[in-house]
Design a protein around this ligand. Sequence first.
Ligand code: EPU
Length: 417
Amino acid sequence: MERFVVQPASPLSGTVAVQGAKNSALKLMAAALLTTGTTRLYRVPDITDVTIMSEVLTAIGATVAREEDGALAITTPETLIPIAPYELVEKMRASVVVFGPLLARHGFARVSLPGGDDFGHRPIDIHLRAFGELGATFITEHGYVEGRCERLVGKELVFDFPSHTATDNVLMAAVLAKGTTVIENAAREPEVQDLAALLTSMGAKISGAGTSRIEIEGVDALMPVSHVTIPDRVEAATYLGAVGIAGGSIVLNGACASDMDMLLEKLVAMGMEIEREHDSITASASSRLRSVDISTLPYPGVATDYKPLLVTMLSVASGVAIASENVFAGRFGYIDELRRMGADITVEGHHAIVRGKLRLSGAQVRARDIRAGAALVLAGLVADGTTTISGVEHIDRGYERFTEKLRGIGVDIVREV
Ligand code: EPU
């Protein structure tokens, strides 16, 4: 079992190149199934989740290869094997985004039902209800859901929650449907806009992506294209968190500040200095952070993925803050690990009350999901003694060259095998 070993940090300095957005790239890869031929995606991060999605696409009959210039080339044949097997969906629930493209392209999809995870119960009812309204029928047996349809038919859909992946999935189903589909209460995440941009360059007719009303006029076929993935705002936030905690000044090259407005406002309220450039952010922290309340919401609110990072920052800020989780009711597992490092945090329902301490205490802790793992690494920067984080495989799912990038800004971290 690999582990990260982190030592307390001095103020950080240097530059980090921001990777392409995981939560965009995975959907862009699935969108390649809507065409026949080779889609080339640039700035796709080299992370385990991308490897798993490559395995899903390969199981479906596509070929996936990294080319010399870094492009991820996905070649989709005429005929697909429309099945997402348990072994892969179990490893990565985002695999369910092949459902929409397979129904649209093939009229049939057999996808393993994702189970619960560390965030609690995570159903896919919004996806399935929408596909049903577009004309698909389903049977669920042996842990799989099988959907069938003739060509899907566009309709006005109203989501009861602006689910990110359901919006992506339904968008990919609707682009090849007959007639017009409207998604009301759609997710507004920048990654949804990125997917719509790819689909539009493939020939889809989409308006309103990035707003809560997306309109899609179905077309008969799409063409493979090349596309550059947007920057990863959660990865960028992780390095901002590191400098907030350890102090110093760093530059995030390739970061998109306008995708991170609400977070950057919070960081400024906590006492950080943030300078925004066209495609970089310079962030500095010269004194101890101040506590501010945070409350997660779908975009443009403060993303739930930032919360473990923010709670870690608050655990060493001056004052008391309430951090409320409004997206994933069960996303508090990492707090027990932070407590093992001496953090003073009480959980009441979906609120965490965080009383800032001057420093934490290095300990052996376990990463249980991607962001929780990154947050524990940040905690190690301000903990006395050594912090050892196991469950590194979770962090590797979302962070490209994590230890190398951290070492590049002055963090003492090593991967122990
Ligand atoms: N929900 C339902 N039914 C559905 C779909 C969602 O009830 O059919 C509920 C969920 O249970 C949750 C809420 O809606 O309470 C939001 O879920 P959403 O569907 O928006 O999340 P997701 O699409 O499954 C993506 C990211 C997550 C990120 C969330 C929220 C990907 C691959 N994952 O998940 O990222 O936390 O949106 O922004 O895009 C991560 O990167 O570590 C990560 C977990």
